[in-house]
Design a protein around this ligand. Structure first.
Ligand SMILES: NC(=O)c1ccc[n+]([C@@H]2O[C@H](COP(=O)([O-])OP(=O)(O)OC[C@H]3O[C@@H](n4cnc5c(N)ncnc54)[C@H](OP(=O)(O)O)[C@@H]3O)[C@@H](O)[C@H]2O)c1
Length: 324
């Protein structure tokens, strides 16, 4: 079988770089679309074609996106829980997706795979599946709102005839994550972590999420959502697993939600003066203090998603970190 070609956005990020590796492992040709300013350390040494440009300049997008490409994997997004970046997220998550969908139609892309988030189904303290209402559209979090709005753009394009599939990962953990869980592990090791978030969530190994994206090219149904999760745990369990991997005796305790809420409100106020992103925000607490689990049976049945243990996810994350 001749090799397929993927046009990948967000390839310089944590998930995108893992997706690129999975595509290469499955013999795809990869074109990684990135900003001129992107730090490409996660893509070093890979046999891919790098094309720089902007979603917001049609000529640069059309020049980078080949005609009749097999698939666009659109993983790029601005991920922030700081309300000062809401306008930026509207632009990077909604407008950019709309422009890329238009380009996909113009350039006759065969299939569009959109990376959304399970968070669009809301944090209702229930076990969510793809039949849940997308509460994200009404979320006070700009991130969750703009991801849900981007999904609407994808669905509008499907109605206009584009072949697209939407994947909804829960919390992704694994290699090449130096900024989120990797950073948390470094802080635990350095004794800088004071406690754990009080909530619970669903987790997916980044390699499994990447495999499900590639499987969606062949097996995903047009216009369909697939939640990618599989491992449900409290943050306390997650952090204790991190401590064990780091060779420490698990001793961190949950921080009461009320204390985190007060800290988040104060941090939010302080950010107006410092203009720096707060460590914790009320929007981030929707996730960290929520108790929402995900049901991934659809992705397991249709895309072959295989849940992994927290231990495997975190060990792979820790072992991949570059020296501090
Ligand atoms: N991490 C998770 O737990 C998780 C969970 C659910 C869903 N997701 C989704 O997975 C995707 C990847 O997330 P991630 O955790 O890998 O985030 P990440 O590490 O922050 O990567 C984000 C990527 O998007 C790119 N990007 C952002 N704005 C852009 C723009 N205007 N033009 C071009 N590229 C832009 C970034 O490029 P630069 O390098 O130039 O900044 C980077 O490559 C996102 O769609 C996110 O919503 C993530």
């Amino acid at each position: 079988m001749s090799s397929r070609t993927a046009f990948v956005t967000g390839a310089s990020g944590f998930f995108g770089a893992n997706l690129v590796r999975e595509l290469l492992a499955q013999n795809w040709k990869v074109i990684a679309f990135h900003r001129p300013s992107s730090n490409l350390w996660r893509l070093k040494g890979l046999e891919i074609e790098l094309r720089s440009g902007s979603f917001f300049e049609q000529a640069s997008l059309d020049q980078a996106l080949p005609e009749n490409v097999d698939a666009i994997f659109h993983a790029a997004a601005k991920v922030s829980f700081w309300r000062s970046e809401d306008a930026l997220m509207k632009r990077d998550n909604v407008e950019a997706t709309k422009l890329l969908l238009d380009a996909a139609t113009r350039r006759k892309t065969k299939r569009f795979i959109f990376t959304s988030t399970a968070g669009v189904y809301g944090y209702s303290n229930a076990k969510v599946d793809e039949k849940f209402v997308k509460e994200g559209l009404r979320s006070k979090s700009g991130y969750l709102r703009t991801k849900a709005e981007a999904e609407l753009e994808v669905l509008k394009a499907v109605n206009r005839g584009l072949d697209a599939v939407i994947l909804n990962p829960a919390t992704i953990v694994g290699p090449l994550d130096s900024e989120h869980w990797g950073l948390t592990m470094r802080k635990i090791k350095a004794g800088q972590m004071k406690g754990t978030p009080p909530g619970a969530s669903s987790f997916v190994h980044v390699a499994e999420a990447a495999k499900a994206h590639v499987a969606a090219f062949e097996k995903g149904k047009p216009g369909r959502n697939y939640i990618l999760a599989g491992t449900n745990a409290t943050y306390l369990e997650l952090f204790h697993q991190m401590e064990e991997i780091l060779g420490l005796t698990p001793k961190l305790k949950p921080i009461p939600e009320i204390a985190l809420q007060i800290f988040a409100e104060l941090s939010q106020l302080a950010s107006h003066v410092t203009h720096k992103a707060p460590l914790v925000t009320p929007e981030l607490l929707i996730i960290l203090a929520g108790n929402t689990y995900c049901d991934s049976r659809r992705a397991m049945a249709e895309l072959g998603l295989k849940p992994k243990s927290l231990e495997e996810m975190l060990r792979d994350c820790w072992n991949s970190l570059p020296p501090a």
